[in-house]
Design a protein around this ligand. Structure first.
Ligand code: HEC
Length: 193
């Protein structure tokens, strides 16, 4: 009798672990990418912050940050399809430093303007979601206040970038990309390393 109970219990446990593992995997990388992309299309909505907060409830920081990786690694690329920029630049983390160094040449604006705007809106959605994904385990060493400040820097950089590229302010594009890039590295040196 006891043995049977143990087995049933074990099976229930295995089932619970199995399904939750699958759920996390589905919601993991691809799910996060889809959820973030949806939010990125609504940055101008009055409910944007609230929608991001709700979405954050079923997202984890790691897959959210993974969306910054190149398209080939399961992150957002630049634009709808591969090929707009070389493959090793085809992701937000890879493209931002280039943009902050070289800026956007007016000759490339027709091709890259809209994809850069889309990228800025995605970063804004990621930042808004990340407000609610503070890695609490690091509480003792680093404060939540600092997390929110660095996240705010990411939001400001993303908004500046969206505005600069929309108004064809090419010097502004370069400056905003640099600000955005600094938010990434500052937060990583505080919270990731
Ligand atoms: C507010 C803090 C914060 C900001 C701002 C931030 N990150 Fe992160 N990032 C993290 C933390 C913490 C991790 C580690 C997450 C983990 O592994 O759970 C991380 C992980 C990553 C990863 C690795 C994901 C993976 O799959 O292993 C990438 C890529 C990344 N960040 C890119 C960026 C880029 C690009 C920016 C700026 C546009 C940025 N991050 C801004 C905190 C931040």
């Amino acid at each position: 009798m006891k043995m049977r109970n143990l087995m049933v219990g074990g099976m229930v446990l295995a089932f619970a672990l199995g399904t939750s593992g699958v759920a996390v995997a589905i919601q993991g990388k691809k799910g996060a990418l889809e959820a973030l992309d949806k939010l990125a299309k609504k940055t101008k909505d009055a409910s944007f912050a609230e929608d991001c907060k709700k979405a954050a409830g079923s997202l984890e920081l790691d897959p959210v940050m993974h969306s910054f990786k190149p398209r080939a690694r399961g992150g957002f690329g630049l634009g709808g399809k591969a090929g707009l920029v070389p493959a090793n630049q085809d992701g937000i983390e890879a493209f931002l430093p280039t943009l902050s160094k070289k800026g956007l040449a007016p000759a490339d604006a027709g091709k890259l303007g809209d994809p850069i705007l889309e990228m800025a809106n995605r970063v804004l959605a990621i930042a808004e979601v990340s407000d609610h994904l503070w890695p609490e385990s690091k509480e003792s060493a680093k404060s939540k206040k600092k997390w929110l400040e660095l996240n705010q820097m990411m939001k400001d950089g993303a908004k500046d970038l969206a505005e600069a590229v929309s108004s064809k302010n090419y010097a502004g594009v370069k400056k905003a990309a640099a600000k955005l890039n600094t938010s990434c590295s500052e937060c990583h040196s505080s919270f990731r390393d």
